[in-house]
Design a protein around this ligand. Structure first.
Ligand code: HXC
Length: 545
């Protein structure tokens, strides 16, 4: 006779030895469907085979699931598509079919706010991207755009799954398409924690921010072997496409971490400054740092010899709430500094010339770096603070032939296009075309302040007198020329190299008391708080510049 299972308790009575009259013992029966469900899920959640997981650990890398756990609030991750599999059967891949197809996709909460996350699993077919793998990511991105939350991709993959042929290339197509379609709609972040090779690199390159880990991440279109075969150059993985290379030379990478946990901490910090989508304002935070806090450093700045370098980061720290500044692209184009601060609790994006590097002059890389950041800020309703101390454009044949005209124009375009509140403070020098480019009044600056010591002019006094008085200088006696130059430069400085002529024309709204800079900036941003409502302006994508 078949066992009778109690449907409420899920138990059956154990047969009693014959003749025994004790109370029958009940044993729990796990139904077949539940047993199978648990087995399948446990196998799928384990990831790749144990030897591949072991190999992953030997490389000092976390597993795909551990990575998600580092990112999300505990217990908040909801996985989607765990059981999806590749439909490909070629090249023996049928026997290697794996649940999830080498990528974990789902939604979690980070700092209490929802985020879509995908994490490629290198232990499953090298994290290679087959069509199902790509479909999962594409579906997640569609859902994130509908749910209006950021997308965070954790990439650790051998690239297009070779066995799946063009189907896997098409898979990249559907991801690139969505990277672009949702650019400027929801923030997109890429975390590279392994190889990212071939055309696969273009998905992160289309996203807003790229994180890499020193000694672990690699990005390149063609690897060292192909480079050697094609050009004869010998180069290792790290030099060709490691974190340091992309953070300092190519500009592909915005944030570098020393370890994976450090990387996920940095991702969370970045997210704390970002809105969930273009339909929201960035998250404000209450601060105990008084708006009226005086910044003595600004007074000192007025005493500094205009030719002496200083790190503008210090100015940003002193101005910002609680001295907190999240710098973006720290190692790239150091002549311009960009990043996030809060002023009076509100998130503000900062763009500042940095006299400590190349005297703060604008060049090709600085123009690209700042222009793309401005476009990101504008896409996501983040007001812009521009701190100006710029002697002009960096001269040279390499800059001219490299296209400083074309690249420099992007900066002008980005500022003029941006409709978020824009406040400018001239700290020291603002010369020539670079003065115009750095969010000047007639380029659409809403409120433009200047310190009393600022020099706003067509060019520096020394350069100006060489042109204006070249004949007089030539005709003067050799031993008197330098004194003449100094005298003429002083006259020029007194007339033009101050903020007052510019203020008299209305191109500077106010020359301010230096120590009050923080309170004036906070008041100005508050004044402009309703200038633009989130989501009202037409979408502007954050095209890679
Ligand atoms: C299928 C792949 C794979 C791929 C790795 N694997 N890459 N399977 N397609 N693209 C598999 C390996 O066969 C191996 O399977 C497992 O993943 C782990 O790989 P290993 O080579 O053992 O690991 P490692 O020594 O760490 O080397 C990692 C690697 C190397 C450097 C990424 O695997 C590699 O060079 N892979 C090929 C990279 C590549 O050329 N991809 C195509 C790029 S073109 P087993 O079964 O042995 O465990 C591209 C075009 C995109 O992506 C275009 C978009 C428009």
């Amino acid at each position: 006779m078949a066992d009778i299972i109690d449907p409420i308790t899920g138990t059956k009575e154990e047969p009693q030895p014959s003749g025994k009259k004790s109370h029958p013992k009940k044993v729990r029966v796990v139904p077949e469907s539940l047993r199978k469900f648990r087995e399948v899920h446990a196998a799928a959640e384990a990831g790749g085979p144990p030897d591949k997981v072991e190999a992953q650990r030997k490389k000092g890398k976390l597993t795909a699931r551990e990575r998600i756990a580092y990112l999300v609030d505990e217990g908040s991750f909801m996985e989607l598509g765990l059981l999806m599999e590749s439909r490909c059967t070629d090249f023996g891949i049928k026997d290697k079919h794996i649940k999830g197809d080498g990528v974990i996709t789902g939604f979690g909460r980070i700092g209490g706010r929802p985020a879509a996350i995908f994490s490629e699993d290198f232990t499953q077919l090298g994290g290679s991207l087959g069509r199902t793998h790509a479909d999962k990511i594409a579906k997640l991105m569609d859902m994130a755009a509908d749910a209006r939350c950021p997308v965070i991709g954790i990439l650790d993959s051998g690239g297009a799954r070779i066995q799946e042929g063009v189907d896997s290339l098409d898979g990249y197509g559907e991801i690139f398409y969505r990277n672009t379609k949702y650019s400027g709609v929801v923030p997109q972040i890429s975390v590279i924690v392994g190889p990212c090779a071939g055309g696969a690199v273009y998905s992160p390159a289309l996203t807003d921010f790229v994180f890499m880990v020193r000694g672990m991440s690699n990005m390149f279109v063609t690897g060292p072997e192909v480079v050697k075969a094609a050009t004869g150059e010998e180069v290792d993985f790290e030099t060709l496409g490691g974190a340091t290379t992309h953070a300092s030379k190519s500009g592909v990478c915005h944030f570098v971490a020393n370890s994976e946990p450090d990387c996920y901490r940095q991702v969370k910090e970045l997210l704390s400054f970002l809105p969930q989508s273009r339909f929201e304002a960035a998250p404000a935070l209450e601060t105990k740092d008084p708006a009226a806090r005086k910044v003595a450093l600004m007074e000192k700045l007025c005493e500094v010899d205009p030719r002496k370098p200083y790190r503008v980061n210090h100015i940003v720290w002193w101005l910002s709430d609680d001295h907190k500044f999240l710098e973006v692209h720290h190692d790239y184009a150091k002549n311009i500094v960009i990043g996030f601060i809060r002023l009076g609790g509100q998130v503000v994006g900062v763009i500042a010339n940095n006299p400590a590097h190349m005297a703060g002059a604008l060049d090709i890389n600085a123009s690209d770096k700042a222009a793309r950041f401005i476009r990101f800020l504008n896409s996501f309703n983040i007001p812009i603070l521009t701190l100006v101390d710029v002697p002009g454009y960096w001269p040279g044949v390499a800059q001219e032939h490299g296209g400083i005209i074309r690249h420099g124009a992007k900066l002008l375009y980005a500022y003029a296009e941006a409709t978020v509140p824009k406040i400018t403070l001239v700290l020291r020098k603002a010369y020539g075309g670079a003065y115009i480019a750095m969010s000047s009044k007639l380029m659409g600056g809403d409120i433009n302040f200047s310190l009393p010591s600022a020099e706003i002019a067509v060019m520096g006094p020394r350069g100006a007198v060489e042109i204006l008085y070249s004949r007089q200088i030539k005709e003067a006696k050799e031993e008197e020329r330098e004194a003449l130059r100094v005298k003429l430069a002083k006259e020029y400085s007194d007339k033009f190299a101050s903020p007052y002529q510019t203020a008299s024309m209305g191109s500077v709204d106010e020359v301010i008391e230096p120590t009050e800079a923080r309170s004036r900036l906070i008041a100005a941003f508050r004044l402009l708080a309703d200038k633009r409502r989130p989501g009202e302006q037409p979408r502007t994508g954050n095209i890679p510049l």
